[in-house]
Write a protein that binds this ligand. Structure first.
Ligand code: ZN
Length: 209
């Protein structure tokens, strides 16, 4: 085994792929880095983080946007919990446009907004299924940090518009865990959020130790 291989096995991330319209969950330890990659471009990934060992603590859109005093977060910005602790910090971002306003797409989203009679379970259902083995019930799922999602706001009326993501193939965002976490992550299932097609999401975990 070469020095490079040794480094790869103990520190650098293995690349994983989340198939279209699905999700996964995994743990991070304090100091670990998670890189979310858009392999083909224009694909959203919903991200959740819960504190490991006390699952009542979870990322909070309200607190994070309040403390940032703006809705678009990027490199250097912390993501706060419902208890105002920083759970994740954005340490690299090649796009600079993500959403932290809108709830994960769900069967209800597709029924109410799209009029689907037999709706897909969406990011919400995918997150609920992936997080169930960690003891996280669906009612605990908050607004996700929607990586690469492009939601614009009319400054006068407050009207929201879901626009095509600005991400191109290979674009990435890296988060550093500020504490031990359970992470939920999806390849988003909503047509409008992903400019009309469902694509995979890739991710890499770089362990701190
Ligand atoms: Zn979604």
């Amino acid at each position: 085994m070469s020095a490079a291989d040794t480094h790869a096995s103990c520190n650098s991330g293995t690349r994983h792929e989340i198939p279209p319209r699905s999700g996964t969950a995994f743990t991070l330890a304090k100091g670990d880095r998670l890189t979310v990659i858009d392999p083909r471009g224009e694909q959203v990934a919903d991200l959740l983080a819960f504190r490991r060992g006390d699952l009542d603590e979870v990322i909070s859109s309200g607190r994070t946007l309040d403390y940032a005093s703006r809705i678009y977060l990027t490199t250097g910005d912390p993501i706060y919990s419902n208890r105002s602790n920083v759970l994740l910090r954005i340490v690299e971002d090649t796009v600079g446009r993500h959403d932290f306003l809108l709830t994960p797409c769900s069967a209800d989203t597709f029924r109410i907004i799209y009029g689907d009679e037999h709706p897909h379970r969406g990011c919400f259902g995918n997150l609920a299924a992936a997080l169930a083995p960690y003891g996280i019930a669906p009612d605990r799922i908050p607004v996700a940090f929607n990586v690469f999602m492009n939601v614009t706001v009319d400054g006068e009326t407050g009207a929201l518009k879901v626009e095509p993501p600005l991400s191109r193939a290979g674009d990435r965002v890296t988060f550093e865990a500020e504490t031990d976490l359970v992470i939920g992550l999806t390849a988003c299932s909503a047509l409008q959020s992903n400019n009309g097609s469902f694509k995979p999401i890739a991710y890499e975990i770089t362990r701190a130790a």
